[in-house]
Design a protein. Sequence first.
Length: 468
Amino acid sequence: MAGDTAWSYAELDDAMRSWAAELRRRGVTRGDRVAALAPSSPQLIAAMLGAYAIGAIWVPINTRYRAAEVGHIVQDATPSLMLCDPSLRGALPEQTPAVRDLAAPEPGQVPVAALHDEVPAMLIYTSGTTGRSKGATLSYEAVVGGIEALTGLWGWSQADVLSLQLPLFHVHGLCIGVHGSLLAGMQMRVHARFDAGAVVRDVRDHGASVFMGVPTMYTRLLEHLEAQPDDGAVLARARLFTAGSAALPAADLETFERHTGHRILERYGMSETLITFSNPLAGERRPGSVGREVPGVRARVVDDVGAPIADGEVGELQVQTPAIMSGYWNDPTATEASFDGMWFRTGDVVVRDGDGYVRIVGRKSVDIIKSGGFKISAREIEEVLLMHPAVAEAAVVGLPDATWGERIEAAVCVREPVEPSVLVEHAASSLADYKKPRVVHIVDALPRNALGKLQKVALKKTLSGRSP
């Protein structure tokens, strides 16, 4: 399963039952929450299944969170027990409930609870890009149905081996990776952290056929392939590479295909909805697009007043899916505000092409810039900036401007020295004049949250303090 630990499914079942017995000994009962703050490992997966076995609700916590962030989740979810890796105890707030290290429990056996589809399986806390994180409550029906629909679309089977290097506190690694592998009965190689060389070794030495990553992982993989180009032939042996959680630059998709022969399959989802869009396993994987609806999902694009709009027009994506959350934990007001009738408001701004492929333009709040009477996509400008060979990362925001409403500014991380004016002219050569950034700032790093997602609200505050 990972490192020196190799478990069969029978051994995983034994470990699950031992954890179920341990949780019972600790006083955990049906409906209680069990929180976990620990790196990815087989024991973490067994503990989660042990919580399921007695009807408890699993609450994974981001391992990069600190005491204030962990404290918010502890206060909101009120777990009966916290499972914590010893190296992360410093992140626990003072008012933490009972804590146990994530070490193997004594062998034990308990009857597995009979659970209904609508029973909560887990609380996934959102990344908190616009405020305090909220606990999206996902039922067994949502997790099993939603993930089976996706992995069925991707052709996962017992013949596959997953190189799992995503963290297990988010739907990408936990729901697709772990639950998808378990539902398909396939092998997963669980890594505590991402390492580009380990992806190559998993494929070369262990027959890994599937890898899922986020754009920053693919950036590191491409750096590895530039330094070790022969490893492209190794990765070519795999069956499927997928990307999600953030937009993958089109240039990276093309470069990865040149090295490996694989066109990365991009998909789209949220903690509240699981995965709702995917490019096809067989068929066109369109650069810059997240594909079409996953089976069972309905989607529409609406204008500012919630009225459906035609294909080709920019609007907010709303979805209906069997994998929808039951609601935000202890927050009926936020739950009600997130729905327009039966439609979930994603807050993402998209364009749907005439053949059903969807392109994410940005977040409703920060990625649509209104300047000089135009609605401008920050993502479009970022893609152009990333085409310059000196630019490694780019983020574009709109800042208040008395004349234009908002002026366009960009922050970029560079691979080599370059004058900001050169990047402004580079953008101007590919974009209408009103779309070009008025200022480009060279920065050491872009602000990101603990999930690696860009924090544009924080970036806007930072850039607001600089001279235009």
